[in-house]
Design a protein around this ligand. Structure first.
Ligand code: ZN
Length: 181
């Protein structure tokens, strides 16, 4: 019998639905600037503007952000952007939005989402520049030491030091109780 070779099938691809929007050109530029600043810091959480748009809409869907479509400037210059929707849930959510509001919601979600990302960024910087807690003097008992302030020598007395453990006491100045009180 002749062996029948099974037909080679083209690999099934999950078709993404593409939707083209005319979005506020300034806003798109802002988003791209933000992406570029992230990439220059080797942060590739968001790889494209369309990913950012999808994430914004997801954030809106999940109630993480609120949008106000009334403040939108409808006459601002536009830029056409094609977004691929891979996630049917998100696509269905998009189709569930009121027809006349869809672009406005996409735009305002992106605006709010960017704002939120920028806030997070500021928060990170705030954490970095937060002053370190002031070192505290700790008393260590039964120490033979010379007070680095008054120069007196002490035998088995209390030494005050910024060292956080006795092991480190040698690396720090030591003070007598008279000098720290
Ligand atoms: Zn002293």
């Amino acid at each position: 019998m002749r062996k029948i070779k099974s037909q080679v099938k083209a690999p099934k691809t999950t078709r993404a639905t593409k939707i083209t929007f005319a979005l506020n050109a300034d806003l798109c530029q802002q988003a791209e600037n933000w992406l570029n600043s992230q990439w220059s810091q080797y942060n590739y959480t968001y790889r494209s503007l369309s990913e950012l748009v999808r994430k914004s809409l997801t954030a809106y869907q999940e109630g993480e952000i609120r949008v106000n479509t009334t403040e939108r400037d409808k006459h601002a210059p536009k830029r056409e952007i094609t977004i691929r929707f891979f996630n049917t849930d998100l696509l269905n959510f998009y189709y569930s939005l009121p027809y006349s509001q869809r672009t406005a919601i996409i735009e305002e979600s992106l605006r709010e989402f960017l704002e939120k990302l920028n806030e997070k960024e500021l928060e990170k910087h705030r954490k970095i520049i937060k002053p370190r807690p002031k070192p505290k003097l700790t008393p260590y008992f039964n120490i033979n030491f010379t007070c680095d302030n008054c120069g007196d020598e002490y035998v088995e007395d209390v030494a005050y030091s910024y060292a956080t453990s006795l092991k480190e006491i040698i690396e720090h100045y030591t003070y007598c109780s008279g000098c720290v009180s």
